[in-house]
Design a binder for this molecule. Structure first.
Ligand SMILES: Nc1ncnc2c1ncn2[C@@H]1O[C@H](COP(=O)(O)OP(=O)(O)OP(=O)(O)O)[C@@H](O)[C@H]1O
Ligand SMILES: [Mg+2]
Length: 493
């Protein structure tokens, strides 16, 4: 076996507030390997990654690089060693262009050569074009991830820590990324954090599983372990099998989208003359490569973005504003979850405050604190949120933040239409399944559900109809039961 390049020994970390994220964790990354790090939402994966990158300092334990103990007091220390972390939610410095960000990382790495063209080349290899003159600050989540992955592969780092790199990628993009990883394997050592067993199968040489901050399994030969065993090591819960739908007759039309044309912030056309309907009790999924206008479409439907032409009618009311959308019984879960959550506030406050505000306006009733607490506790229990009602949302793991948001919006009384962008992004297998089951449950109670996702398989599990999205249009419509390959063709054609 190859030498160990990066190691964590006896690492413990308790965050202020008393959450023990890691408890005596040993982890070894060997030269040239792809080492998958698995675990449920909140298991401690990102915390370990951040410790290996100097973003979080452990309470106990040491980090070693090439056999030497290193003090990683900031990402600069890690970068100069040749370690790069690609986070779930990359933060970018204000006031710089994308090119300047690339130069910063290249400098910290000690990269020789022309960094912008190196990153550009890496991006093109993955099928992406990056606008290097754009304000880094203005990039959306998906664009940020693409930038960081290109940066990781373009700038010659020795160790890459990829934290759920495929959460927002479609099948083709995942495939390209996995291919690139296979290309660089041997030269680069990679920690690969994921919830997707298929990806582990494709590229992982070894696997470490975390549960509640401890290592529960180290697997040196993943091919000797079945998918079911892997899933049960991670979660001890069921995987993604078929989800029951009562189905049957759909009710009247709840949402009507008519000839919608919507532009992006930069003026380019994002949604090109799109029309469709969603009925009571129906689940409609929009499936396509992320960043092709889905965000603009869903925002226009929710009244958050003014269309250039066409209109949105919800329950007979023309939606021209988000308040109208909400009053008519619509709710929207954006893909960038922190847009809809207050990171500084507690789970309780995040779950209750919108409801509270609505009550005061509509029936002059004030929600009592005890009721609020029991409501929030119910969401915490039902969705298995790690952390209690009093945890600050900014301190929850990525998947747990998503569950707070979904729990809040799915529980709204009088809900008629739920619109979601990437509802299962960042969720572990069991939580994804829970969310898909909740979607099915809502529909069976008569709610109309519309969501966008890059994952055909998940859409196929619950959707009554799938709209294949391509180039800002609905390229084809598929009924429940259509083979996944056929849908994939329509998205790519
Ligand atoms: N800044 C923070 N302050 C307080 N607690 C935190 C902070 N960051 C993470 N935690 C807590 O530490 C635990 C582990 O979180 P971590 O982000 O490492 O999980 P994860 O395995 O990456 O989960 P996910 O799959 O959802 O991303 C969670 O209970 C989380 O609430
Ligand atoms: Mg994480």
């Amino acid at each position: 076996m190859n030498r160990v390049i990066l190691a964590a020994r006896g690492i413990s970390k308790t965050y202020p507030g008393g959450i023990r994220a890691l408890d005596g964790v040993d982890f070894e990354l060997r030269e040239g390997e792809v080492h998958a790090l698995l675990g449920e939402n909140g298991a401690g994966k990102s915390t370990l990654a951040k410790i290996l990158y100097g973003l979080v300092y452990p309470d106990r334990g040491v980090v070693e690089y090439r056999g030497r103990r290193v003090e990683l007091l900031s990402p600069r220390d890690a970068l100069s060693l040749g370690i790069l972390y690609v986070p779930q939610y990359p933060l970018l410095p204000r006031g710089l262009t994308v090119a300047e960000v690339v130069e910063l990382y290249a400098e910290a790495r000690g990269f020789r050569g022309e960094p912008v063209s190196a990153v550009k080349g890496a991006a093109e290899n993955l099928g992406w074009s990056i606008d290097f003159d754009a304000d880094a600050d203005s990039l959306g989540l998906v664009e940020r991830q693409r930038l960081f992955l290109s940066l990781a592969l373009g700038l010659g780092f020795e160790v890459l820590i990829l934290d759920e790199p495929t959460s927002f990628l479609s099948g083709v993009e995942v495939e390209r990324l996995l291919k690139r990883i296979e290309d660089v394997k041997g030269r680069v050592s990679i920690v690969y954090i994921t919830h997707r067993i298929g990806e582990v199968r494709r590229i992982a040489d070894r696997v470490t599983v975390l549960r509640e901050g401890r290592v529960v399994a180290r697997i040196d030969d993943p091919s000797s372990v079945s998918d079911e065993e892997l899933v049960s090591l991670v979660a001890r819960k069921r995987g993604l099998s078929a989800i029951g739908r009562r189905g049957g007759r759909r009710g009247r039309v709840v949402l009507r989208v008519e000839g919608l044309r919507v532009r992006r912030d930069d003026g380019r056309l994002a949604v090109d003359n799109v029309s469709f309907e969603v009925r009571e009790g129906e689940v409609v999924a929009i499936v396509g490569i992320e960043g092709m206008g889905q965000r603009e479409l869903l925002e226009a439907i929710a009244g958050l973005r003014r269309p250039e032409s066409g209109r949105v009618v919800l329950d007979g009311v023309v939606v021209d504003d988000v308040r109208v959308f909400r009053l008519a019984g619509g709710r929207f879960v954006p893909g960038e979850r922190l847009e809809a959550l207050a990171a500084d506030m507690t789970v309780l406050e995040n779950i209750v405050s919108p409801l509270h505000a609505a009550r005061i306006v509509f029936d002059k009733l004030v929600l009592r604190v005890s009721r609020a607490l029991s409501l929030a506790s119910r969401v915490v229990d039902e969705y298995g949120i790690v952390g209690g009602p009093r945890s600050r949302v900014g301190e929850l793991s990525g998947g747990n933040q998503q569950k707070v948001l979904l729990g809040r919006e799915m529980g709204v009384e009088g809900l008629k239409l739920l619109v979601m962008h990437n509802p299962t992004a960042g969720l572990d297998v069991a939580s994804s399944r829970l969310v898909l089951e909740k979607i099915a449950g809502l529909a069976d109670r008569g709610v109309a559900v519309l969501f966008s996702t890059p994952f055909i398989e998940e859409a196929a599990l619950v959707a009554d109809r799938i709209l294949a999205w391509r180039g800002g249009r609905v390229a084809a419509v598929f009924e429940r039961g259509t083979p996944v390959e056929e849908i994939a063709k329509a998205i790519l054609a």
